[in-house]
Design a protein around this ligand. Structure first.
Ligand SMILES: [Zn+2]
Length: 508
């Protein structure tokens, strides 16, 4: 006869829910009953825990054992409850004193040999645990660094169930401590200096970075679209603490975090292939939905190369999250929400034959215009900058220009511009947002409205129907980014002219 309960955490998406694992040992036919909505993996916990307990030198009680996970209505999944189940059993069978487990949250999977194995989602789980009476968390060694980013809870590691129990019995001194944190390599790789020629494309990339603008790159294969896209994250500002914790939590749940990785500080980069499924792109999967590339790119860059080749329904699924910065995924087990605030980079060949030189194109004119026309208006509506890339001439390739600029210098200007914009819009009561996030209506009203002498050409284009009101607003937003990069107070006529060129790009 015996009863024990151990604290644990269940995750629904990024949200941790506190769970109590109860064990009750009773006289009766030896068997194990597990209740509380377990999924298949959790159901197998019974076998894992039994082997781990026995192989760690403990006794398996040959009695009737009931394991219950509360609250019963909360869907639970995965193997992270293993250690809590084992400890509850050991306390209930009086092999471990109950005092050792007070204020303890154990998280991790058990191997059959009794070793602790890493699990996903430790960071968001511990963020929920610290809201309770928990004072100490014990996790597998591989999860230690990730766990250490949660403030307000002591974090220790253990290699095995035996080491965990011995460590607790010895006052915790033998448990593993958090390894000294690795410095985030503040490098700026891949370097924009690797891109030869393409000066106007590099300039557009810098403006996109400064204002958080979405961008559409059109150009023949081999012109460097992917190379450019990969060089956007290093010139974007580093994530602040809150952003870094959110991004790290998402990567942790997706199993995309390396053991030695600290908080993700660099803007993420995701480049899903055009054959990617709906689940891979926006999130999904069986049971409780996992984040897709869209959420893995949160606070960073989502790059869709060869965008006309993506499935239409997959692209359409991006529209709503791009609007609200969040994706909701409905599953039988409930709705899961993941953040999805991304900077979108689209790229396409000018036509289906993808000839390297325009003169080699074999496409019929109708096929050419249909190709990019396949992209839905609402998606292109989210794009501020349109950029057409031309092949670099042989002369430019061979020419070694002096004073080629590196990403570090560009990143410095981008950071200054971002700060100027955030301070300005925050002062105006819009929040510390980027230029791309400010509504066009606000920009065209007092006190942000620019004088006619500055907006003249754009006004004329709007009045004559050459651009839409939305297009006009995009030009204003880009112009503010150009002005921020130059360190000026207000956009001038030249800023408007450059912005207009970037807006019209391949529509000219
Ligand atoms: Zn063609």
């Amino acid at each position: 006869m015996g009863y024990a309960k151990i604290h644990a955490v269940g995750l629904i998406g990024l949200v941790g829910h506190n769970v109590t694992v109860e064990a009750h040992i009773d006289r009766g036919q030896p068997r194990v009953v597990l209740s509380g909505l377990p999924d298949t993996v959790l159901g197998q916990a019974r076998d894992r825990v039994r082997s781990a307990v026995v192989n760690s030198g403990f006794q398996w009680p040959d009695q009737r054992i009931a394991i219950n996970l509360l609250p019963a209505a909360l869907p639970k999944h995965g193997s992270s409850f293993d250690i809590a189940i084992a400890l509850a059993l050991l306390v209930a069978s009086r092999q471990v004193p109950v005092e050792l487990c007070e204020g303890l949250v154990p998280i991790g999977e058990l191997g059959l040999d009794g070793q602790l194995r890493p699990v996903r989602g430790v960071l968001p789980a511990l963020m929920a645990a610290r809201e309770t009476s928990a004072v100490t968390a014990v996790v597998p060694p591989e999860n230690l660094r990730e766990a250490s980013h949660v403030e307000g809870i002591r974090v220790r590691g253990a290699r095995s169930l035996r080491a965990l129990v011995d460590g607790l019995a010895g006052g915790g001194g033998d448990l593993l401590e958090v390894p000294p944190s690795l410095d985030d390599p503040l490098d700026f790789e891949p370097d924009i200096a690797d891109v030869v020629g393409q000066d106007s494309a590099k300039r557009a990339l810098e403006i996109a970075a400064a204002g958080g603008h979405n961008m559409f790159l059109v150009g023949p294969p081999g012109v460097g679209k992917t190379m450019l896209a990969e060089r956007l994250p290093p010139i974007l500002p580093r994530l602040n603490d809150e952003e870094a914790r959110d991004v790290t939590a998402i990567h942790s749940i997706a199993g995309a975090l390396r053991d030695d990785e600290g908080l993700v500080r660099r803007a993420p980069f995701q480049a899903p292939h055009h054959s990617a499924s709906m689940a891979a792109l926006v999130g999904g999967g069986l049971g409780i939905a996992r984040p897709g590339a869209l959420s893995l790119a949160h606070r960073g860059v989502l790059f869709l190369d060869e965008v006309p080749e993506f499935r239409r329904d997959v692209l359409d699924a991006l529209r709503q999250p791009l609007e609200c910065g969040e994706i909701s995924i409905n599953r039988s087990m409930g709705v899961v929400r993941y953040p999805a605030r991304v900077q979108l980079l689209l790229a396409a060949n000018p036509c289906p034959c993808a000839a390297a030189q325009a003169m080699d194109c074999e496409c019929a004119p109708a096929a050419r215009s249909r190709y990019l026309g396949k992209l839905s208006g609402p998606l292109l509506d989210r794009i501020d900058i349109h950029l057409t890339l031309e092949p670099v001439s042989r002369a430019a390739l061979l020419d070694e220009p002096d004073g080629v600029e590196h990403s570090e210098a560009v990143a410095g200007r981008v950071l200054t511009a971002r700060r100027a914009a955030a301070a300005r819009w925050d002062g105006a009561g819009f929040g510390a947002v980027s230029n791309a996030e400010v509504s066009g209506t606000r920009l065209s009203r007092h006190p942000w409205r620019l004088p006619r002498a500055v907006t003249g050409v754009a006004d004329w284009m709007l009045d004559s129907g050459r651009i839409t009101a939305r297009g006009y607003h995009r030009i204003l937003r880009i112009a503010w980014s150009i002005c921020d990069l130059a360190g000026r107070e207000r956009p001038d006529k030249d800023d408007l002219a450059e912005a207009t060129g970037l807006r019209l790009g391949n529509n000219l």
